[in-house]
Design a binder for this molecule. Structure first.
Ligand code: CA
Length: 395
C-alpha cells in the first residue's frame, strides 16, 4: 500500500472533542527515544539531530488523524472533482511538456504514459499541491501520540530520514500530507525507499523536484504492482436495466461471457478480446458500468479504493482524447467542477454566507453555508456542493 489514508478522508470534519497534548516531558523523552532509534537504524547523528531536535507536538496532525468521514461522497462528485476539464487540459499541457520523459518511462517500464500522467494529476495536481506538513514533525507526533499505528509511523519516520541520510533529499524537502505522503506523486517514505528510481540519472532519487524521477518511479510502482504492457485497464459499458448478475473487481469473466449477460460497450463497439474483466457498477445498473482488467488492479494498488482507480482510469482515457462517460450518473443534481466549486463559494459570499476563503475546497464551513442556502431556497439541507444549489444561487 502506497499511503496510509485514502483520498476521501480529506472530505471530513473534525471530531467534536479536543485532544490533550501529552505532557511536555513525555513528548521530549519520546523524541529522544526516537532519535536513538533512528541512530540505531543507521541514520547519521547529524541528520537525526537536525530532523528531531526542534520538532514540536503538532496538534493539527492529531486532529486530522482522528477525523471521521462526515458522509460518503457520491461517486459522481468524487469523479467530477478529480476528472474535470481543467485537470484534463492541464494534463494534456504537461504531457506535451514532458513528452520525452513520459515516453521513456512507458518504454522502460511498459506502463501506459496516460496512466502515469493521470496518477500525477490526481495525486498532486501535476505537482501543484504536494502538502504542507513537515514530515519529521508530523510523523514524530503520530509516533509519540502512542496510538494503534505507532510502529507504522515510526517506520515511516525512519524511512524518511534514511532518504535524507542517503542523499536522495534534503530535510527541508520533506513536506507532504499529515500522514507522510509527499512529493509529486505522493509516495509514503517506505514506498519511496523501496520503489523510487533515479530516472534522470543524476545519482539521486528525487520525487520532490525531479519530474523525471517522479514519473519514472510511478511507472516502476505500477509495473511492480503487476501492470501488463499494452493491455487495457478499463472500458465503459452498460449493464441491462435492473441487472442482478455478478459484479465486482475480482469476479472476472471473459468478455464474451459479459456479452452473453447482456453487457454492452458504451461506445457501441463489439465486446471482444481475450482478457478477463470484472464488472463495476458504482451507481447501480442504471448508471455507467465499467469492465475492469488486471491493469485496473495495479492502479488500485496505488491507493486502495475503487473510486480512486476509476478516477485514474477515466482521467487517463480523457488525457488520451477519449470522450466523457457516455452514460449519465443517475442523479438530477450533477457534480461541480473545481472551477464551479470556487464560483459556488463566491456566490455564497455574495449572498451573505460566511465560507472562509474562496479556494474551491468544500470544507465544513462551506458545507454549513450550503445547508443554510438550501434551507432558504426550500431545498433539503444536504451541505453538498451540487448543481442544484449552484443554479439556485445564480451559477
Ligand atoms: Ca534523479
Amino acid at each position: 500500500m502506497r499511503r496510509a489514508i485514502p483520498f476521501a478522508i480529506s472530505l471530513t470534519v473534525g471530531a467534536a472533542c479536543l485532544y490533550a497534548a501529552p505532557a511536555a516531558a513525555s513528548f521530549s523523552s519520546c523524541i529522544a527515544n526516537l532519535k536513538s532509534a533512528a541512530i540505531n537504524a543507521g541514520i547519521s547523528r547529524s541528520v537525526a539531530s537536525q530532523a528531531l531536535d526542534r520538532v514540536q507536538y503538532d496538534e493539527d496532525v492529531i486532529r486530522r488523524s482522528k477525523r471521521q468521514p462526515e458522509f460518503k461522497t457520491p461517486i459522481w462528485d468524487y469523479l467530477g472533482f478529480l476528472v474535470d476539464e481543467q485537470r484534463i487540459e492541464d494534463g494534456q499541457a504537461v504531457m506535451r511538456q514532458y513528452d520525452s520523459v513520459l515516453r521513456a518511462a512507458e518504454q522502460r517500464f511498459g506502463v501506459n504514459r496516460y496512466v502515469i500522467a493521470a496518477v500525477w494529476g490526481v495525486e498532486s495536481n501535476y505537482g501543484q499541491q504536494t502538502g504542507k506538513h513537515y514530515l519529521p514533525q508530523s510523523l514524530a507526533t503520530l509516533v509519540c501520540e502512542g496510538g494503534r499505528r505507532t510502529k507504522f509511523w515510526r517506520g515511516e519516520l525512519i524511512a524518511a530520514l534514511t532518504l535524507v541520510d542517503r542523499g536522495d533529499l534534503q530535510l527541508n524537502e520533506l513536506y507532504g500530507s499529515w500522514a507522510g505522503a509527499f512529493g509529486q506523486t505522493q509516495f509514503i517514505p517506505s514506498t519511496y525507499k523501496r520503489l523510487a528510481v533515479d530516472f534522470d540519472g543524476d545519482g539521486r532519487r528525487d520525487l520532490v523536484r525531479s519530474i523525471a524521477d517522479a514519473l519514472g518511479s510511478t511507472a516502476n510502482y505500477l509495473k511492480r504492482a503487476g501492470w501488463q504492457p499494452g493491455a487495457s485497464w478499463m472500458i465503459e459499458v452498460k449493464a441491462p436495466r435492473g441487472y442482478k448478475g455478478p459484479t465486482g473487481r475480482k469476479n472476472r469473466a471473459s468478455l464474451s461471457t459479459w456479452a452473453k449477460r447482456g453487457v454492452v460497450r458504451a461506445d457501441g463497439a463489439q465486446l471482444s478480446g481475450g482478457a478477463n474483466a470484472g464488472l463495476l457498477l458504482p451507481a447501480g445498473s442504471n448508471g455507467p458500468g465499467f469492465l475492469v482488467f488486471k491493469n485496473f488492479d495495479a492502479i488500485y494498488a496505488y491507493n486502495q479504493a475503487e473510486s480512486y482507480a476509476l478516477a485514474i482510469s477515466h482521467l487517463a482515457d480523457r488525457l488520451a482524447g477519449y470522450p466523457a462517460l457516455r452514460t449519465p450518473w443517475p442523479t438530477d443534481d450533477p457534480p461541480l467542477s473545481r472551477a464551479e466549486r470556487k464560483r459556488l463559494q463566491e456566490l455564497l459570499l455574495a449572498h451573505g454566507y460566511d465560507i472562509g476563503e474562496v479556494d474551491g475546497k468544500i470544507g465544513p464551513i462551506t458545507r454549513a453555508a450550503i445547508k443554510e442556502a438550501e434551507k432558504r431556497f426550500g431545498m433539503q439541507p444536504t451541505g453538498r456542493a451540487g448543481g442544484k444549489i449552484y443554479r439556485a444561487l445564480g451559477g
